[in-house]
Ligand binder design. Structure first.
Ligand code: SAM
Ligand code: SF4
Length: 491
């Protein structure tokens, strides 16, 4: 039974943040009526879409206290770096950046440097006390405290808050849209993660899973639509386990723990509610977890034209034994069943995935099972990584990181090569088809061409004629590369 029966039942594409946006700075204006306090801040973000969305929340909190933005860290009083810990390389990138930013202090000794997000949570003492690279450390659940932390640091104190919360969802904070082209925006629907995938640092850095109150999600989607946005992407580490109840005592409980009489909003219901905001507001979501993605979500996707026909379903490995060591709690057969369900219920769906090469103990046979999984599913898009051991994770405690570096590299290369070929094949199958495309802006190469995505999340490029960003246009595809569909608008 739904909590919102009268509203009728009630979401992101794997719009991962592309490499070119890593480290991008963000700017926003103060809300009307808030006086400037004369201080400027600068925010730079790394990592996943949730991190970029968190920077939008941080920007909103600071703007509300009168801080003004700047895109030039040299003129900032406060420089904030929102960080990612997912792989060692991500942390190294941020460390290099923090070292480079120390030059600010030479020019302006009173400037403060703050670190936000997952690295703050993981490396607090080291960065603040041992390496003395930062003045402020704020974990992912401490952003409301930032103005206070800044005051403490200005007074010469160590300003640290890395407490993780079981409740914080920033539900009442309207993020200032920074990563946005004015057409598509992210909406965080939950925070943290309760899965304990053996390789993953997220549960350790972002804390327990909690779902955001659905009416605040709907209000944000309606507000974005009123401002002219045409696409929202619902974000969570595991959107299919979204579960909210007005009754605090059952909030966050697993399905099996709930009684029939308990009233909860689940992800399928939330997705439906957001789809009903407006028929021309596209809805995407990410990330789906294979163990939790059930048919109800797929049926809602099939029912609404404005829910994009695209599922990001990270497989990580095609081998049941490797999945077991990874503690993913599904096996190859279960995953294949979920893929079959997607193809049955939404035959034209785009499917993407995440793959890790060279996890602890991965044998050649297990690697070949990943290759055969890729051949079977024919992913339209994959994000592929070499396993990177993260301190404190189950894998670091239980298993040796024993696949030699050159073997990891070779396996990753094989996966990437197959993926490239499959992308090209997938795009070739679309030549001759006509897609509805939401125009996002000019193509990277030429202002005579526009670029946008179809429902399946594929990038389409076509001559601009008289269309503009924010328009829905029908595009006839007549050519492709491995990464792009090329076409012309239908008259
Ligand atoms: N919650 C999502 C899920 O379950 O798929 C994704 C979370 S994570 C931010 C994104 C991806 O990073 C994962 O799907 C995984 O492929 C990759 N990843 C996570 N930890 C990793 C590690 N230690 N080494 C290599 N890749 C990793
Ligand atoms: Fe990490 Fe697994 Fe949670 Fe995804 S579901 S964030 S991979 S622990």
């Amino acid at each position: 039974m739904s909590l919102y029966q009268n509203d009728s039942p009630f979401e992101l594409a794997s719009k991962k943040i592309d490499e070119s946006r890593q480290g991008s700075a963000m700017e926003l204006g103060r809300p009307l009526g808030v006086q400037s306090n004369g201080k400027k801040y600068y925010v730079e973000s790394y990592g996943c879409a949730m991190n970029f969305n968190d920077s939008e929340i941080v920007a909103s909190i600071l703007a509300g206290k009168g801080y003004d933005p700047t895109l030039d860290y040299n003129e900032a009083d406060i420089v904030l770096i929102n960080t990612c810990s997912i792989r060692e390389k991500a942390e190294q990138t941020v460390r290099n950046r923090l070292s480079a930013l120390q030059s600010i202090k030479k020019r302006n000794p009173s400037a403060l440097i703050g670190i936000l997000g997952c690295m703050a949570e993981r490396l607090k003492e080291q960065l603040l006390e041992e390496e003395k690279l930062v003045d402020i450390v704020a974990g992912p659940d401490a952003y409301r405290e930032l103005p206070h932390l800044i005051e403490e640091a200005e007074g010469g104190q160590k300003a640290v808050n890395v407490l993780l919360s079981r409740e914080e969802t920033y539900a009442d904070i309207n993020p200032v849209r920074l990563v946005s082209n004015g057409i598509s925006a992210f909406i965080s629907i939950m925070r943290g993660c309760d899965n304990m995938c053996a390789f993953c640092v997220v549960p350790h850095t972002r804390g327990r899973e909690r779902s955001r109150e659905p009416q605040s999600i709907l209000a944000e989607a309606k507000d974005l639509y009123a401002k002219g946005y045409k696409e929202v992407t619902l974000l969570g580490q595991n959107v299919d386990s979204y579960r909210w109840s007005a009754d605090e005592s059952i909030r966050g409980k697993k399905l099996i723990e709930l009684k029939d009489t308990d009233v909860v909003v689940n992800f399928a219901q939330l997705l439906e509610m957001v789809a009903q905001v407006a028929p021309d507001l596209r809805v995407r979501f990410s990330t789906s977890h294979p163990k939790d993605m059930l048919d109800d979500v797929l049926h809602v996707m099939a029912k609404y034209d404005n829910i994009c026909k695209y599922v990001h379903l990270p497989v990580q490995s095609g081998s049941s034994s490797c999945l077991e060591r990874m503690n993913r709690t599904y096996d190859r057969e279960w995953y294949l069943d979920r893929i079959a369900a997607i193809k049955r219920i939404i035959p034209d769906a785009g499917i993407s995935t995440d793959i890790i090469a060279g996890f602890c103990g991965e044998t050649e046979e297990e690697h070949q099972e990943t290759i055969s999984m890729m051949k079977h599913v024919q992913y339209d898009l994959a994000y592929m990584y070499m396993y990177s051991e993260r301190p404190g994770t189950l894998a670091a405690k239980r298993y040796a990181d024993d696949v030699p570096e050159e073997v990891k590299k070779r396996r990753l290369q094989e996966i990437v090569a197959l993926h490239r070929a499959q992308c090209h094949e997938s795009n070739k199958r679309d030549v001759g088809k006509v897609f509805e495309v939401l125009v996002e802006g000019f193509s990277k190469r030429s202002d005579d061409f526009l670029s946008g995505r179809n429902s399946q999340n594929k990038v389409c490029v076509f001559p601009k004629e008289n269309a503009k960003a924010g328009d829905y246009v029908m595009v006839h595809i007549h050519d492709c590369t491995a990464g792009t569909l090329i076409g012309t608008m239908e008259k």
